[in-house]
Ligand binder design. Structure first.
Ligand code: PLP
Length: 409
């Protein structure tokens, strides 16, 4: 009937192409080994050095390194004094951590839907859901495309509600903002949160970092990541310390920070992001020929059209009606068929409000965010990472042609 690997045919690839993968070279390894031989394994000189390098890379005044992107989100909530009785607005099309951080502080997530062509936060709905209790807005730069921070800023100014950018997907992206040629992601919101997990743009193994221009926020987060103690072991001159608030151990180690420094060296990540953009451009062109697929839209304008999107993910929406497949074969079947061909596609994300925990905790239901819910049935993330070869890209396109063109009746 057809020669799909899932039906016993020969797969396009022998080994699975992952959707993302870290880039580690010998200099990274040597840098980590040096720290292992030094006096400092955890908080030492590399933390400060990494924070300065990261802040510099994104044009922010301060950067605070922590143990994960999730810890970074929690720190941001703490910096803004979010607590019980407060509401924080967050889009549903994101990783659960974007909303979980609100619950960590005892506050209530208020979910909003996304735009159909970008899956970025629906800003009209944000405005409609602001109340006297709204303490913050979390905007997610989904797939690596910055949200419309001009629009968000005017809402922020109008209602006095600060913006947190969950920029975990968007390191290396730009937004036209105040300047036509663009401002880097990391300098766009009151607090900007990044993850340093291996699938993200740069990695420290696990890790996260928050950037801000606000000295007060920076100080609060430094205390929060260290048990609520205002000084670190490294800088303390005596045994004396005081715990001034309930904090956590969210510290990032020197071993990890030196890897972060090495990953930022010579602006390496800028070349990696450029490669991601090249891969995306190749996909854009090749996928035009596949009827049943539409990529998400890059909304950046002016010179930022080329530099706005950081392409952590390359997400396509399937037009299931255009397939010669029985209607009960949904996206799951296509996902399985592509994986069988050796293409590590993925799905980002199950809308947060549909997770059993949130349904039970907040009583959220289907219908709360119709755009995200409909998109969820149709989205696939294609492999994209800097060391992917042109052959890898063409394998993906070939597998899509093979699977989507198959007659499955
Ligand atoms: C990766 C990610 C996080 C969490 O980061 P961790 O480092 O895994 O804790 C949060 N939000 C978004 C959008 C992410 O992609």
């Amino acid at each position: 009937m057809n020669n799909l690997a899932i039906n016993g045919g020969t797969p396009i690839r022998d080994s699975m192409l992952p959707y993302s993968r870290q880039s580690i070279d010998d200099k990274d390894i040597a840098a980590v080994v040096d720290v292992l031989k030094s006096d400092w394994l955890t908080t030492g000189p590399k933390v400060d050095e990494f924070e300065k390098a990261f802040a510099g890379a994104v044009d922010a005044k301060y950067a605070i390194a922590v143990s994960s992107g999730t810890a970074a989100l929690h720190c941001a909530m703490y910096a803004l004094n979010v607590g019980p009785g407060d509401e924080v607005i967050v889009p549903v099309m994101t990783f659960a951590a974007s909303a979980n951080c609100i619950l960590y502080q005892g506050a209530t997530p208020v979910f909003v839907d996304v735009e159909p062509d970008t899956l970025l936060i629906n800003i009209k709905e944000v405005e409609a859901k602001i109340t006297e209790r709204t303490k913050a807005i979390i905007a997610v730069d989904y797939a690596g495309q910055p949200c419309d921070y001009n629009e968000l800023q005017s809402i922020s100014d109008l209602y006095g509600v600060p913006i947190i950018a969950d920029a975990c997907h968007a390191l290396g992206g730009k937004y036209h903002g105040k300047f036509y040629w663009g401002q880097p992601v990391g300098s766009l919101a009151d607090l900007n949160v990044f993850s340093l997990h291996p699938v993200k743009h740069i990695t420290t193994g696990e890790g996260g970092i928050i950037t801000t221009d606000n000295h007060h926020f920076a100080e609060r987060m430094r205390i929060f990541r260290n048990h609520g103690i205002p000084s670190s072991h490294a800088t303390r001159k005596s045994w004396f310390y005081e715990m001034v608030d309930l904090g956590y151990n969210y510290r990032l180690t020197d071993i990890q920070c030196v890897l972060g420094i090495s990953q930022l060296r010579e602006s390496q990540f800028k070349y990696w992001v450029e490669r991601r953009r090249n891969i995306a451009a190749t996909y854009d062109k090749s996928l035009l020929e596949i009827d049943a697929i539409s990529p998400l839209i890059n909304k950046a304008i002016g010179p930022n059209k080329a530099t706005g999107h950081a392409y952590h993910l390359y997400v396509v929406q399937l037009d299931l009606d255009k397939l010669i497949w029985p209607s009960h074969f949904g996206r799951f079947a296509i996902y399985d068929a592509l994986r069988a061909e050796g293409i590590g596609v993925n799905v980002h994300y199950i809308p947060v409000h549909l997770h059993p925990y949130y349904r039970a905790k907040l009583g959220t239901r289907i219908g709360l965010a119709p755009v995200a819910e409909a998109a969820y049935e149709r989205i696939l993330s294609l492999p994209i990472f800097p060391t992917m070869t042109n052959q890898d890209i063409s394998d993906v396109v070939q597998a899509l042609q093979k699977v989507l063109g198959a007659d499955m009746r």
